[in-house]
Design a protein around this ligand. Sequence first.
Ligand SMILES: [Zn+2]
Length: 258
Amino acid sequence: MSIVKAEGILLRAHSYSESSRVLRFLTPGHGILAVMARGQRRQSSRGQGGLNTFDEVALEVSFRPHRDLQTLRGFEVTRSRRGLGREVIRFWGASLVAELLLAHTLHEGDQRLYEGVSGALDRLQELPGPQVPAAILAAGWTVLERAGLAPALTSCTRCGRGVDAGEGLLRFSTAEGGLLCGDCGEEGRGPRLGPGARRDLGELAAGRVPAELRGAGAHLRILEAFALHHLAPRRRFQAVELLHPLMSDPSGGSAKGS
Ligand SMILES: [Zn+2]
């Protein structure tokens, strides 16, 4: 057994017994780190010295290699993200990030993934309300991109032909991993995206938040389908079900755009 100090972002907490909780952290050095926290339940219900989901903390853990569950010795919150809990759409957006990360079942550390998630959660907490749907989508795509699952958007994912940004509607194939050129996508499954929607998707897939986004609900469906297919989680993402009614465009707009 050794004492390990690590940074971590709390992704999920659940009760284990009267007085204990199991906490799952994303860490830069150990991937997803699950720790047993004794005496944590009472502390957090008082809301003092407690830990909120998505907070960033300095952890001290008793670490035994090859164990699924480590033991928490102590922690200090270094970055509070309590603001995410004040608005349901922000909270469920951050929850989607957590679900994507937990579906990916990381065992190894990845500094770039950690930094990407940390920055995405900060934006999700801080950006003004109208940009929150785009911040959620950018955060979700950041996880997929840093997990090596970025969609192909600049060339046809089947034949490799370059895709012209000005071309009309082009099909996006979840199963094939990105856009299809006009010939390859003539028939088949998947939404057809216009130049505006493709430009927005390119921004989101790179983890950037477009200033204005049309068809956030349609973009959420694209992200959901892509993540379900390529991460193959055991069940659908609960956060997506809750986000759909919050992100649908009341005018019935789609991601096809102009
Ligand atoms: Zn093609």
